[in-house]
Write a protein that binds this ligand. Structure first.
Ligand SMILES: Cc1cc2nc3c(=O)[nH]c(=O)nc-3n(C[C@H](O)[C@H](O)[C@H](O)COP(=O)(O)OP(=O)(O)OC[C@H]3O[C@@H](n4cnc5c(N)ncnc54)[C@H](O)[C@@H]3O)c2cc1C
Length: 463
C-alpha cells in the first residue's frame, strides 16, 4: 500500500483510528469462510475506523480520485469471503458506527447505524416491553450493515422472511463519495426504481451502508418447540409443504440429521433427546394465545405421524428448548475441521425431497460424504461437503457443480443467504444468462465507475 494513504486517512479520521501494523491489519482481512475454499487475503492493506458517514464520504472521494480499492468491513462473520480484500485496499471498519439512533414505538421502526451488532439489537429489544426485530442469522457478531448487504436470513425466515422483508430505508455513501438516503418509515413508496432493494444483497459492491431503518413487530410471548423424528429423510422433508399448506407458519422448521446432532451433543457433554429414527425436524412455534400453541402443536404431530414420523417429543421447559438449540448450534463447530464447503442452495419447499434424493445419488457417484442440516421450512438446507482433513477432494469442482445444477434444475438457487461473495462468482453462469450478468455489470458501473468498491465480489469478477 502506498505510504501516503495512511497519512491521508489519519487526516480524515484521526491518528488513533488508522491501523497499519501487520498484526492489526491481519485481524481485518478474513471472515468465516471454510479455509479450503476461502479467497487468499491481501495483507497489504490499511484499516481505518471512521466515526460517521461524513468521514466515510471523505475517504471514498479520496479513494475514487486515486483509484484505490476499498472494502467495507462489518462483523467479519460472512461465509462467502465477501469481506476478504484480494488487492491492496483501504479497509473501512464500521465498528464505531454503533449507535441505535431511535426506537420509534409509534411507527414500529428502529433506526440504527450500520455497525450496530445483532447482539446489540437483540439486547435493545430484550429490554423493550412490546416490540422486537425478527431476523436472526446464527452469529450475533454480524453487524446490521453486513446483514443488509448480505440480505441475511436464518432460522426464523419461515415466519418472518429475510432482511429484505424488513428494511424500510437506508443511508448510503456511494463509491464516488456522495451520501444518499433511500426509502423512509413508509408502508408504501412507489417513487422510481427502488434503490433500497438494490443495495440489499449488494455484498458491499455498490455503496457503504451507514444507517438503516428496520421494521419492528409486536412481541409474542407463548412459545414452544417440537422434535419429530423420521426413519427416512424424504419423509421428513415431505411433511414441510403439507404443514405450510394448512396455514400453519412456525417460527422455524429445522432439518437435523441425527449423526450431526449426536456428534455435537457428545462434544458438549449433553444428550440428544430423540432415540428413534435417523433424522429430526425441529419446530419452534410462537403464538399470541396459549390455546393456539397447543392446537397447532397437536396438528403438526398428527400430520407428521400420518407421514411416517416415528417419535414426537415436546420440549416443554425452557431448559429442554435451550439444550436442543445449543446442540443444534454446535452442529457446525463440532465438525468444522472436516468441512470443505457448506452449500447454501435453496429449493422450492415442494421439491425438497427430490433434491435430497439427488444429493444422496451424487454423494454415491462421487464417493463423497455430504451430511445436511438447515432451514427446511424455507427450502434452505445446508449440505456439507466434508473430508477427513477438511482439504478439497480432487473432484470438488465437478461435485459442487453437479449439486448446483441439481438445485437449479429443481427451481432452486445457488445461494439463499450466504451470498456469492468471492467463492461463487464463477458459478453464476450456471444460474444466470449472459443478459442477466450484463445488466448486473451495468448497474455496478453506474454506481462505481472506477470499480474501487470490493472488486472480485459477487458479479465483480465474471468477465
Ligand atoms: C456461525 C455462523 C452462522 C451463520 N448463520 C447465518 C444464518 O443463519 N443466516 C445468514 O444469512 N447468514 C448466516 N451467517 C453469515 C453471516 O453472519 C451473515 O452473512 C452476516 O450478514 C454478515 O454480516 P457481517 O457484518 O459479519 O458482514 P462481513 O462478513 O463483515 O461482510 C460481508 C459483506 O458485507 C460488506 N459489508 C459489511 N458491512 C457493510 C456496510 N455497512 N456497507 C456496505 N457493505 C458492508 C462487506 O464488504 C462484505 O462484502 C452465519 C455466519 C456464521 C459464522
Amino acid at each position: 500500500m502506498r505510504q501516503d494513504v495512511a497519512g491521508k486517512l489519519r487526516a480524515i479520521s484521526g491518528e488513533d483510528w488508522v491501523v497499519t501494523d501487520p498484526a492489526g491489519v491481519a485481524s481485518y482481512v478474513k471472515d468465516e469462510t471454510e479455509h479450503a475454499i476461502a479467497p487468499m487475503p491481501c495483507y497489504d492493506c490499511v484499516v481505518v475506523k471512521p466515526k460517521d458517514s461524513q468521514e466515510i464520504s471523505g475517504i471514498l472521494k479520496y479513494a475514487n480520485d486515486e483509484k484505490i480499492t476499498v472494502v467495507a468491513r462489518g462483523g467479519g462473520t460472512g461465509c462467502a469471503g465477501a469481506v476478504v480484500p484480494i488487492k491492496p485496499s483501504i479497509i473501512i471498519a464500521l465498528e464505531r458506527l454503533n449507535k441505535i439512533v431511535e426506537v420509534d414505538d409509534k411507527n414500529m421502526m428502529v433506526e440504527c447505524e450500520a455497525g450496530v451488532t445483532l447482539s446489540d439489537l437483540e439486547e435493545t429489544f430484550t429490554h423493550h416491553d412490546s416490540l422486537f426485530f425478527p431476523v436472526h442469522p446464527g452469529d450475533e457478531g454480524a453487524q446490521v450493515g453486513g446483514m443488509v448487504v448480505q440480505n441475511a436470513g436464518g432460522v426464523r425466515a419461515v415466519r418472518h422472511g429475510v432482511m429484505r422483508n424488513h428494511i424500510k430505508g437506508l443511508e448510503v455513501v456511494l463509491p464516488t463519495g456522495e451520501i444518499i438516503r433511500t426509502g423512509g418509515k413508509l408502508m408504501k413508496d412507489n417513487t422510481g426504481y427502488d434503490l433500497t432493494h438494490l443495495m440489499i444483497g449488494s455484498e458491499g459492491t455498490l455503496g457503504i451502508v451507514t444507517k438503516v431503518i428496520l421494521k419492528l413487530y409486536p412481541k409474542t410471548t407463548n412459545s414452544g418447540s417440537l422434535l419429530i423424528s423420521f426413519d427416512d429423510k424424504k419423509a421428513a422433508v415431505e411433511v414441510v409443504p403439507k404443514i405450510l399448506r394448512e396455514g400453519i407458519v412456525p417460527l422455524a422448521i429445522e432439518y437435523l440429521e441425527r449423526d450431526f446432532m449426536l456428534r455435537s451433543a457428545e462434544d458438549l457433554g449433553l444428550q440428544w433427546p430423540a432415540q428413534k429414527g435417523i433424522v429430526d425436524l425441529y419446530f419452534i412455534l410462537v403464538e399470541p394465545k396459549e390455546e393456539d400453541l397447543l392446537e397447532i402443536s397437536s396438528r403438526i404431530v398428527e400430520i407428521c405421524e400420518a407421514n411416517g414420523a416415528v417419535e414426537s417429543l415436546i420440549a416443554e421447559t425452557a431448559k429442554e428448548q435451550r439444550a436442543i438449540l445449543e446442540i443444534r448450534s454446535h452442529g457446525y463447530p463440532s465438525v468444522k475441521s472436516q468441512v470443505v464447503d457448506i452449500l447454501d442452495v435453496a429449493i422450492p419447499v415442494g421439491n425438497l425431497s427430490e433434491y435430497m434424493n439427488g444429493v444422496d445419488e451424487l454423494a454415491a457417484k462421487y464417493g463423497a460424504h455430504i451430511p445436511s442440516f438447515g432451514h427446511a421450512g424455507d427450502g434452505n438446507i445446508h449440505n456439507f461437503i466434508m473430508t477427513e482433513t477438511g482439504e478439497k477432494p480432487d473432484n470438488y469442482e465437478a461435485l459442487s457443480d453437479d449439486l448446483f445444477k441439481l438445485a437449479i434444475s429443481l427451481g432452486g438457487t445457488i445461494t439463499a443467504e450466504h451470498g456469492v461473495g468471492k467463492i461463487r462468482n464463477r458459478k453464476l453462469g450456471l444460474q444466470y444468462s449472459q443478459k442477466h450478468l450484463e445488466i448486473m455489470k451495468g448497474i455496478k458501473r453506474v454506481f462505481d465507475p472506477n470499480n474501487i468498491l470490493n472488486p472480485g465480489t459477487g458479479i465483480g469478477c465474471v468477465d
